[in-house]
Write a protein that binds this ligand. Structure first.
Ligand SMILES: CC(C)(COP(=O)(O)OP(=O)(O)OC[C@H]1O[C@@H](n2cnc3c(N)ncnc32)[C@H](O)[C@@H]1OP(=O)(O)O)[C@@H](O)C(=O)NCCC(=O)NCCS
Length: 159
């Protein structure tokens, strides 16, 4: 990955919270079709107590990717969103973001991380498998009448 790019945790009480969220919502709108987009509810999602967001800023201060995750219980977490700006893909950024989110979950003593992904999203499927996620089941019509989802999970051992 390009040196100098940094993964940053979004702090809810930071002065630039609104600006960062605005930038990320713009990316979300560009990257995801409506039925998969959290653009309308991003701010609300982030204000939940059990939700975290990491974003990647490049050398020029531009936000080029983000990962949102939540931990509904003390033992399990889910990756709710992961995206990298199209012009910045295939440079290790998605992997760095996902690894950082996994690390955050590990420090919370989470045992399992799960996620849903459209099996037609080949890059995402490749990335999740590369980092050890396994397919649990296919959920028909998860996103819309003609879009299914793979439910995937990554378990940590108890050590
Ligand atoms: C999925 C996504 C985040 C990957 O980001 P990225 O920065 O391009 O990925 P990386 O460069 O870190 O690649 C890491 C691994 O992902 C897989 N991968 C990434 N792009 C791929 C592609 N076009 N085809 C196949 N595998 C791919 C590979 O396993 C790759 O490892 P490798 O470089 O050793 O081959 C990005 O493609 C994206 O934003 N897609 C649209 C949104 C999306 O599908 N989000 C996930 C669903 S919520």
């Amino acid at each position: 990955m390009e040196s100098g790019a940094a993964v940053v945790e979004l702090e809810r009480n930071s002065t630039n919270f609104a600006n960062i969220v605005e930038e990320i919502v713009k990316l979300e709108k560009k990257i995801f079709p409506k039925h998969e987009s959290l653009a309308r509810s991003f701010d609300q999602e982030l204000r939940k107590n059990n939700t975290g967001l990491l974003y990647m800023m490049d050398l020029h201060g531009e936000i080029v990717g983000y990962v949102m995750y939540s931990w509904p219980s003390s033992l399990s977490a889910s990756i709710t969103k992961l995206a990298v700006k199209e012009s910045h893909r295939r440079q290790g950024r998605g992997e760095a973001l996902l690894k950082a989110a996994i690390q955050k979950c590990r420090t919370r003593n989470i045992h399992r991380i799960s996620l849903h992904v459209d099996p037609l999203r080949i890059p995402a499927m490749g990335l999740y498998k590369k980092l050890g996620f396994q397919v649990d089941s296919l959920i028909k019509c998860y996103y819309s009448a003609d879009r299914d989802a793979n439910r995937m999970y990554l378990d940590f051992d108890s050590n």
